[in-house]
Design a protein around this ligand. Structure first.
Ligand SMILES: [Zn+2]
Length: 99
């Protein structure tokens, strides 16, 4: 008996699609210099994982509600440990340094 059903192989395209989706979901990164310090600035939709978590903006000390578009910023040199969430407008005004 000949087998008529060959196992279907995925072409591997799915992997690329997921990668692209991931990149869109995690937002576009850019680098900004403030007072000679380079910061990585990434847009967030506020809808990422960690849904129980609320963030406090270090500029205005108000929390950023879930689902609100905001910015995630960290010191390019010191890395992700310095990461903080800012309201978009607060980051524009922020001139201090991250802790
Ligand atoms: Zn703020």
């Amino acid at each position: 008996m000949a087998r008529s059903n060959r196992p279907k192989r995925s072409k591997g395209n799915h992997e690329h699609e997921e990668l692209n989706l991931d990149r869109v979901r995690s937002g576009v990164k850019r680098t900004e210099i403030k007072r000679g310090v380079a910061y990585v600035v990434q847009a967030s939709t506020g809808r990422n994982a960690e849904e129980d978590k609320t963030w406090v903006c270090p500029h205005c000390n108000l929390s950023i509600s879930i689902g609100l578009s905001h910015l995630v910023v960290w010191d390019e040199i010191r890395g992700l440990d310095t990461r903080r969430h800012f309201h978009t407008t607060c980051w524009a005004k922020f001139q201090g340094s991250l802790l």
